[in-house]
Design a protein around this ligand. Structure first.
Ligand SMILES: Nc1ncnc2c1ncn2[C@@H]1O[C@H](COP(=O)(O)OP(=O)(O)OP(=O)(O)O)[C@@H](O)[C@H]1O
Ligand SMILES: [Mg+2]
Length: 256
């Protein structure tokens, strides 16, 4: 079966302080349908840039992105992308925030509303449909942002540190919830995180990104058997820490 999403040799440079700096070099990966893949790596190694390239928010200097056998390089709108600082519009209710992708995509609003009505209970937001963002807890706001991303009508979600600003308990609850919903809705997910524990619990596969320009250096398959064996999980945790050690010297965020 062909992968649902493929990145082929993606490269990107940015102008920084008057010189051109290579940020990402030859990043390739295949995402299988229903797969939960996490990317971990030091701050600044290009993780968000990689997701932006997949989402078509920016264009690569080289390489391509293929979704369901169609090339989508540099084109937005095919994948559900939740940026690192995803914000809800303060003056819009949960329902209206979630409707935005349908409005932007000029889709049938009546149909989108019906779909949202089906999805609100699945996302645990049924009682909050008319609330404004400031009336929601952090976890509920994040669920609303997830649902809005899902409403782009895609089977692939690109999530950039979606739990970063949550307290530890809400974070844990949302991790369990995301794993469950990914399974229920047969989503294929790429998650960027600094949290090795989070990546281990959620993922089928973890990719380590390193260097400047950033590239993918190691890949770890995490089977269900691994997850139910504490010793294996602990040694995988150590291996992943070791894979990131060099970056730690260069000032990685303490959470990793
Ligand atoms: N639009 C841009 N213009 C210039 N430089 C950029 C741009 N976007 C990102 N960069 C630079 O590219 C590098 C990689 O940034 P990126 O945001 O992809 O890192 P990251 O791995 O997501 O880091 P973090 O873990 O801190 O979120 C950084 O040095 C950043 O300053
Ligand atoms: Mg980032």
């Amino acid at each position: 079966m062909s992968p649902i999403l493929s990145a082929r040799l993606l490269s990107k440079s940015f102008w920084l302080n008057g010189t051109i700096s290579p940020i990402l070099k030859d990043a390739s990966l295949d995402l299988k349908e229903g797969e939960f893949l996490s990317i971990i790596g030091a701050s600044g190694c290009g993780k968000s840039t990689f997701l932006e390239l997949l989402a078509g928010v920016i264009k690569p200097d080289g390489g391509s992105v293929v979704y369901q056998d169609k090339e989508i390089t540099g084109k937005g709108g095919s994948l559900g992308y939740m940026p690192q600082d995803d914000l809800l519009f303060a003056w819009l209710s949960v329902t209206e925030n979630v409707l935005l992708p349908a409005r932007i995509g000029k889709r049938d609003i009546k149909e989108a509303k019906m779909r949202i009505n089906e999805l609100l209970p699945i996302f645990g937001l049924e009682e909050h449909r008319n609330h404004l963002p400031w009336q929601l807890s952090g976890g509920l706001r994040q669920r609303t942002a997830f649902l809005r991303t899902y409403m782009t009508n895609t089977k692939v979600l690109l999530l950039d540190e979606p739990f970063a600003n949550l307290d530890a308990i809400t974070r844990k609850q949302l991790q369990i919830w995301l794993k469950d919903i990914a399974h229920k809705l047969n989503l294929s997910i790429i998650l960027v995180t600094h949290d090795i524990g989070e990546a281990l619990v959620l993922s089928h596969r973890i990719i380590v990104m390193k260097g400047s320009p950033g590239s993918f250096v190691q890949s770890y398959d995490i089977s269900q058997a691994h997850k139910s064996d504490t010793d294996t999980m602990q040694s995988l945790h150590k291996e992943l820490l070791a894979a990131l050690d060099l970056e730690m010297v260069q000032g990685i965020q303490p959470g990793i």
